[in-house]
Design a protein around this ligand. Sequence first.
Ligand SMILES: Nc1ncnc2c1ncn2[C@@H]1O[C@H](COP(=O)(O)OP(=O)(O)OP(=O)(O)O)[C@@H](O)[C@H]1O
Ligand SMILES: [Mg+2]
Length: 336
Amino acid sequence: MSLFPETKNTEGPQGLIASSLRRLLGGPRTDRPPSSIPSFPPPSAQGSAEAGRRMPGRAPVDPAAVARKGPYAAEVIAVCAQKGGVGKTTTSVNLAAGLALLEGKKVLLIDMDPQGHCALALHSELPAETPSRPLSEVLTRKLGDIHDIAFDTKIPNLRLCPSDKDLAQAESILAGRIGKEFLLRKALERARSFAEVVVIDCPPNLGTLTLNALLAADWLLAPCDMSTLSVEGVGDIFDTVETVRDTLGHHLSVLGVVRTRHDAKNKKVNDAVEQTLEQWSRHLVTTRIPVNTALAQAQLAGTPIFSHDPDCRGAKAYAEVVRDVASRVWGAKPTA
Ligand SMILES: Nc1ncnc2c1ncn2[C@@H]1O[C@H](COP(=O)(O)OP(=O)(O)OP(=O)(O)O)[C@@H](O)[C@H]1O
Ligand SMILES: [Mg+2]
C-alpha cells in the first residue's frame, strides 16, 4: 500500500490517520509493506532535559529547580487509535496503574484527550489539591513543562498529568505554528528523567494533539475492539508509524495491538476480525481483553481495575497485558 497516494484516499475510516498525517506533513513516497516494521527495536533514549521556558510576569521560578533532572530516561508509550470508544482510556489507565502496582515502575500517565477521561477514571485516587496550571498552557504557551504540572496520585509510583478542556482549542491556536507537532516532546524532556515509563492517552482523532503524542513516544500501543471498523484501521496505524519515521525521522515502534472488548459469543464477527488481524500476527498482544462490566464499574468508582476487583476477568487480562508490555519494553525477566 502506498503511503503517499496521489489519488484520493481509498482506505477505510481509520485510513484518515495515515492520510491526515500525509496532508499535515507531506513527504516522499515509499512502498514499504507493513511487515517491514520492526516489532520491538530498542527505543532510543532521547535528549537531555532543558529548563522550561517562562513567560515574563509569571510567578518567579527557582532556576535550579527548573533545571533539576531525575535519574531516569522513561520509555514513552502512546495509546492510540482513531476510532472512538475502543478502550484507549481503559487501557491507558490500567496499563499505567498496572505498571506501577504490579511491576513497581515509576509511571507518569498523561491525558492528551480534552475529554479528560483519565482524571475521571482515577478520581478516587487524586489528591485533594492539584497544581492549577493546565496542560493546555504548557503546550500552547510553553509555560513550564509536564513535570511541573503532574502530581502524585494515591497509587504508589503513579503520577498523573491531566488534560483540560482548553486543550480542545489547541488545534486552532497552534495552527500554522512551526514545530507545533513537537511541543509535547519538548515539554516532556524533564519529566522523562523522573519516570521509568510514560503512558499517553490519545484523543480519538488524528489532529495536532495525537501527532504530538506520537512524536513524543518511543512505542505505539493500539487498542482494537472486535469490530470490523476498528480492525480496518490497524494497517493504517502501521502506515502512520512509517510515515512519522520516514517524514520526520522519528522512530516509533509498534509495541502491539491489544484486542479489546472481546465477546466470545460473537463468533462470526470475531472470526472475521481475527482473520484480518492474522497478517499482523507478530504485532498482536496475546491476551484479549474481554467485555467485562467490572472495567466500566471501576471507571465509575474512579479507581484502576486492580484496586476495584482484582479477581475479575478484566483485571486478570490487563495484568497479563501489563506483563507482556513490560517484557517487550524492558526484556524478559524472571517472575518473582
Ligand atoms: N473491556 C471492556 N468491557 C466493558 N466495558 C468496557 C471495556 N473497555 C472499555 N469499556 C467501557 O467502554 C467505554 C469506552 O471505553 P474507553 O473510554 O476506554 O474508550 P476510548 O477509546 O478511550 O474512548 P474515546 O475515544 O471516547 O476516548 C467506557 O465506558 C468503558 O468503561
Ligand atoms: Mg478515551
